[in-house]
Ligand binder design. Structure first.
Ligand code: FES
Length: 163
């Protein structure tokens, strides 16, 4: 761990009255620094938080926002659960594979996008739903997805229904 990263994590820890509450934000900082939750990130978090690596693993494996493989700059999580499947998520995923060469678990060649098929995003009334980084997008069609990804590719703010 670099000195700068250690200082950043210690500052996060000090910001919480109960230091145990700092684990998740520290894991986000480590993930940002390492590109994913690497074994080194788990060790660093365990040391910083006085936890065992197994305790840190228990947290990182529970939350879907922590990932083991490097993601693209824009990580698409497409829901493929019941409501979204009934409203076309499988066609959407097939389109993303064909048009954008996005397959779950493999970032695009330029590192811009990565794709993950996920369980319910709790947006079933707006199916099919997807999350890109921390933002939700609703009622996605292949055409809307093309527009959205093209905007992101151009460095623009992506349009579409979102929260
Ligand atoms: S089934 Fe897709 S958001 Fe719930």
């Amino acid at each position: 761990m670099t000195e700068a990263l250690r200082h950043q994590c210690e500052a996060i820890k000090r910001a919480y009255p109960d230091a145990d509450s700092a684990l998740i934000p520290i894991l986000h900082a480590l993930q940002d620094a390492y590109g994913s939750i690497t074994p080194e990130a788990v060790e660093d978090a365990a040391q910083l938080m006085n936890l065992s690596p197994a305790q840190v693993e228990g947290v990182t494996s529970f939350y879907t926002l922590f990932h083991r493989q490097p993601h693209g700059r824009f990580h698409l999580q497409v829901c493929d659960n019941l409501s979204c499947r009934l409203r076309g998520s499988d066609q959407l995923l097939a389109h993303l594979a064909e048009r954008w060469h996005l397959e779950p678990g493999a970032p695009s060649r330029d590192g811009l996008f990565s794709l993950e098929r996920v369980e319910c995003l709790a947006a079933c009334g707006y199916a099919p739903a997807a999350q890109i980084n921390l933002r939700y997008y609703y009622r996605l069609t292949p055409e809307k997805a093309d527009r959205l990804l093209a905007e992101l590719e151009d460095g623009k703010e992506a349009s579409g229904e979102r929260v």
